[in-house]
Structure formats: C-alpha cells, structure tokens
Design a protein around this ligand. Structure first.
Ligand code: PLP
Length: 376
C-alpha cells in the first residue's frame, strides 16, 4: 500500500486492536459441536427441510442468478407471490421486496425524504435506520434523534416541529437489547401530531402475532402504521428485506428507492423459500411453540425477564465482554460480545439469542455457565 495510506491503515487497525474493537472473519463450521447462541435463526428455519427443498427445487428450475435489478428483468412470479403473502400478514395493502433489510431501510428513508420532512429517530435504532436518516438528511430532510424509548422527549420534539411531513422511525424489537417499543403509545403520538410511523420488525416478524406479522400484528396496530419494514434474514432463515405499505407508496419506492433501483433483485428461490418460512412462522406452528417453550425455560432457570428471543447481558467495557465471550467459547458455546460501534460506549454486552432448535440441556448449560461465571 502506498504512503500515506499505509501509515493511516496501520494506525487505524492498531487503534481498533488497542480498544478491543478489532474483529477477524471467522468460519462457523456446520455441524460442529459448538452450541450457537449467536444466530438470528430464531425458528431454526434456515435448516428446515421444507424451506431448503423449496429453495433447491426453485433453483433447479430457474437457474442460479437473478440476472438484473427488479426494475429491468429481475422479478419472477415468486417475488409477486411473496409480496402478496407479506402484505397480508402485515395487514398492509402492499409490500415491496429489497435485496436485504439494510437496503429496505436505507431505500425507504431516502426515498420519502425532502426538505418538507422531519424524521424522529430513536437513539437505539439499528444502523440501517441511522444510515437511512443520514441519506434522508442529504436530501434536505431534518432528523431529530430522541433518547432511546423516551416518548416524552419524542412528544416534545413533535410538538415543536413545523415540518409539513413528519415521520417517526423505530425498531419494534431492539436488536441489541431485546427491548420492545411501546407501539400503542407511538401510534397515539403519531396520530396526535399528524406523523407517519415506520417500524422495523426485523427481529419480530414470524416471532410475534397470530400470523407472525410482528409486534404490530400482536398489538392489533398494523393498519395504523404506514411503513412496516423487515428482513428475511432472521426468523425466515434466509436473506432479503421488505417494506409493507400502501400500493401507492410501494410505487414510489419501486421507482425512487436507490437500493431497489440500483441493486440486483433477490433470487427467486429465496422468495419461494420465504413463503414456506411464513407458513412455519404462524402462531400455532411447531417452531413457534418450541421457541416459546425455550424462552419460558430460560426465564425460569435464570429469573431474567425474557420478552423475546434476544437477551442482553450488559458488561460495560469491550474487554469484559470479549473475556466473557471467550470463556463461553472454551465451554463450547458461541455467545457473542457486542461492542461499539454496534452499541454505545460502555454498553458492551453479551447477546444471547435463543432459538427453536436449542435443546433443554443446551439451555441448561448456558444458564449454569452464566451463573458460574458470575454474569447473572
Ligand atoms: C433491526 C434490524 N434492521 C435491519 C437489519 C438489516 O437486515 P439485513 O441483515 O437483512 O440487511 C438488521 C440486521 O442486521 C436489524 O437487526
């Protein structure tokens, strides 16, 4: 690498290492004896034979790649059908697929932004919403960040906003803390102040609600929320993102969201498999029942409050979190240390995710180790 790049690179990487923030790419071996409490595969559907079969048979009939963006030639009937299913589950008129959840969030927020818009964003939102806000700002929108889950603070900001179009943006189930936003309160605030609401149900879709529509579905609020975004990469066990909204708004996003227009469409086999995941994610399904049982078992064994499949144990410094994570690794368990920039300074933590695939004895080992290591 030529100077001055070499010097800069050395200093930057050295700084990361010193602060315990340097990561190396690691292979997670399939079928290894390690128990993974580190995935977002909450229902175990990435390994479900029906999901895998749907993808494989579609791949065999349609070929490997998508060949083009969705606007040109990248869409198939599988995309249409999945969008219809998602819209139905989300209680929305329509839905638009994106190549990933990240693409859905940045595409949405940048596409609806202009100088008449003010966005109100929770400080704990996922990076894809934060980056979407940054893009929205570059299109002239104002962005106000309210303290995490501080709805009084949000109300004060809404009250004084003069923007013709207001948009509140929040995760529904926060990915790094496991907390659930009070959607009834947010919907009330949005309606009182004439704001639209965008919720990211990345971690809640197929986990909450009778049809697996997420927290909005569980709380009966879907019809009062303009944008419900999500991903196929968590409980669906696949890859891809979506925005459920009105038909007209979908038309706008299809034409204007740059992560839709300038990126290759999701492969059709993913869409075909996601429809199977949706059937397996309805409330009474076997994977949903197993996950519920595992969450109850973990809560009983640890005495911790468990609202969903993500449990965070806050340890403060990156060094403490990485040390605890290494201890688990020695014990044959993957429990990741989450550090800045994913979480704020001094809020490094262990992030445990429980899935339908864990056995009671695996969960018991986890609980015993949490106690033995003095973490709970
Ligand atoms: C809350 C939230 N939103 C969006 C995303 C992005 O989804 P994807 O991995 O499909 O890009 C993630 C996951 O990384 C997430 O946790």
């Amino acid at each position: 690498v030529i100077e001055p790049w070499e010097q800069w690179l050395k200093e930057t990487l050295g700084g990361m290492e010193k602060e315990n923030l340097f990561r190396i790419p690691k292979v997670t071996k399939h079928g290894s004896s390690q128990t993974l409490f580190s995935t977002n595969d909450y229902l175990g559907l990435s390994q479900h034979p029906s999901v895998v079969d749907a993808a494989v048979s579609c791949w065999q009939s349609m070929g490997a790649g998508t060949r083009s963006s969705a606007l040109i030639a990248g869409r198939s009937e599988h995309h249409d059908l999945l969008e219809q299913d998602l819209a139905l589950t989300k209680g929305a008129e329509s839905c638009l697929l994106f190549p990933s959840g990240y693409a859905a969030n940045i595409g949405l927020l940048s596409a609806v932004a202009d100088q008449d818009v003010e966005i109100f964003s929770d400080a704990g939102n996922h990076a894809s919403l934060i980056d979407g806000c940054r893009l929205a700002r570059s299109r002239g929108a104002q962005v106000a960040v309210y303290d995490h889950l501080d709805f009084d603070g949000l109300q004060a900001l809404l009250k004084r906003s003069q923007a013709p179009r207001k948009l509140i943006v929040t995760d529904s189930l926060f990915s790094m803390t496991g907390e659930i936003a009070d959607l009834p309160r947010l919907v009330d605030l949005a309606e009182t102040y004439g704001a639209a609401l965008a919720i990211d149900e990345a971690h809640a879709s197929l986990i909450f609600g009778d049809q697996g529509g997420g927290i909005a579905d569980r709380d009966g609020l879907s019809k009062r929320i303009l944008f419900q975004t999500g991903t196929l990469s968590k409980a669906f066990g696949l890859l891809g993102g979506f925005v459920a909204t009105t038909a007209e708004m979908k038309a706008l996003l299809f034409n204007r969201a740059r992560s839709q227009v300038f990126s290759t469409a999701l492969p059709a086999p993913i869409a075909a498999a996601a429809r199977v995941s949706m059937r397996l994610g309805a409330k009474a399904s076997e994977p949903r029942r197993r996950l519920k049982g595992n969450l109850e078992f973990f809560a009983k064994e640890t005495g911790l409050r468990v609202d969903g499949p993500i449990i965070a144990i806050n340890l403060g410094s990156p060094a403490r979190a990485t040390k605890a994570s290494s201890k688990f690794e020695e014990l044959g368990m993957a429990v990741p240390a989450i550090r800045p920039p994913t979480v704020p300074e001094n809020e490094s933590r262990l992030r445990i995710s429980l899935t339908a695939s864990h056995t009671e004895s695996e969960i018991l080992s986890l609980c015993r180790s949490l106690t033995d290591l003095g973490l709970i």
